[in-house]
Design a protein around this ligand. Structure first.
Ligand code: PLP
Length: 360
């Protein structure tokens, strides 16, 4: 969590209920309103379009299920590289009778063929802005343009705070973000939702957040999120340059190790490198890395603890054994050149040890 976010969080930890009519409630409300306005300005939308919730997962669910219900539970358009927050939601809608058009994905991890699929009618179409595993940036602008009258949900959880995001210029109907991805607190999600068509309510309660996300507000979380986003956006350009250089050195060091496959394409998030070390079980490699103080993951961190191949890589046509040997390195604001140099120095011998252990 960024220091500015922690400060804002602590400052407003005692905020009272922003729905209260009494003076302390009104003070809490003004902190909430200011946070909402700051976030709206940073993400290119109106304050009323910012809906606070508790995670990126919740934002994805509220948008997808809400738009699907709003549009008479019609056809849904999605791809297999989506984060489980979207993928499992769409699969759940499929069990409830939704006709789902699954988009093809290229070997570079980018969706294809969406123009034809978007030509018909649909209740909602969804595409992530950047993939959480490979970092591949998706053609979201073209997707929104091609969607025409079809409502579009964009999962921008990996993008917000790292690459420019402007909700109105994009023209999406809804967009999801998550504070912990840009140095804000865990447990704060953002759903940007146009006034119309707005997602139907999935949760029912006191009517907060336009009735789309009822429940007492987390004022401190909102203030910390606004502070983190402000700093992330201000540093975006310089961080992009710094991280891209670190990523490039890591990428070429990995390419220099025998029998490796890099899954991260050229056009990708500044801090992601996802690569397979053929003949090594990814789980062995991340344990060995961990023992040396390098924290990497296999596939999506949310699938950790479950030893299976990444669905994202399989959707890209990567063979099963290759997918099982894939490790994701993510560099962020706390990653230094020294960290990356140390990783580059340690990697060849750790890969050799993991390969000795073989595949499970
Ligand atoms: N969407 C993407 C692309 C993600 O990477 C994540 C989390 O890693 C989520 C959604 C879920 O966000 P949260 O962890 O806030 O529920």
């Amino acid at each position: 969590m960024r220091a500015v976010a922690k400060e804002a969080w602590i400052e407003h930890a005692d905020a009272l209920n922003a729905g209260g009519q009494y003076a302390s409630g009104r003070r809490a409300r003004s902190v909430l309103d200011e946070s909402r306005e700051a976030i709206a300005e940073l993400l290119g939308c109106e304050a009323i379009e910012v809906i606070f919730c508790a995670s990126g997962t919740e934002a994805d669910n509220l948008a997808l299920q809400g738009l699907w219900q709003h549009n008479a539970r019609g056809r849904v358009i999605a791809s297999g590289i989506e984060h489980p927050a979207v993928l499992e939601t769409v699969r759940n809608m499929e069990t409830q009778g939704a006709e789902v058009s699954w988009l093809p994905v290229g070997a570079d991890g980018v969706v294809e063929g969406y123009r034809e699929t978007l030509a018909g009618e649909a209740a909602v179409a969804t595409l992530m802005m950047a993939n959480n595993e490979t970092g591949a940036i998706q053609p979201v602008q073209d997707f929104c343009d091609a969607a025409g009258q079809i409502p579009v949900h964009i999962d921008a959880v990996q993008a917000v705070g790292h690459i420019p995001v402007h909700f109105h210029e994009l023209g999406a109907t809804t967009l999801a973000a998550s504070a912990h991805k840009f140095g804000g607190p865990k447990g704060v999600g953002l759903l940007l939702a146009r006034r119309s068509p707005a997602p139907s309510a999935i949760l029912h309660g006191g009517g907060q957040e336009r009735g789309i996300r009822p429940g007492t507000h987390d004022v401190a979380g909102a203030a910390a999120t606004a502070a983190a986003l402000r700093e992330a956006v201000a540093e975006m350009e310089s961080e992009q340059q710094r991280l891209s250089a670190l990523k490039e050195s890591l990428r070429s060091a990995i390419a220099g190790i025998e029998d490796t496959v890099i899954h991260t394409p050229e056009h990708s998030l500044p801090g992601h490198v996802h690569a397979s070390f053929l003949g090594a079980e990814a789980d062995s490699l991340i344990m060995l890395l961990d023992s040396q103080g390098f924290e990497a993951s296999t596939g999506s961190a949310c699938s950790n603890g479950v030893n299976r191949a990444s669905e994202v890589l399989l959707s890209m046509g990567v063979p099963y054994a290759t997918a099982r040997s894939a490790v994701r390195f993510t560099l962020g604001s706390a990653s230094s050149k020294e960290d990356v140099d140390a990783l580059i120095a340690a990697l060849p011998s750790l890969v050799a040890r993991a390969r000795l252990a073989g595949m499970a």
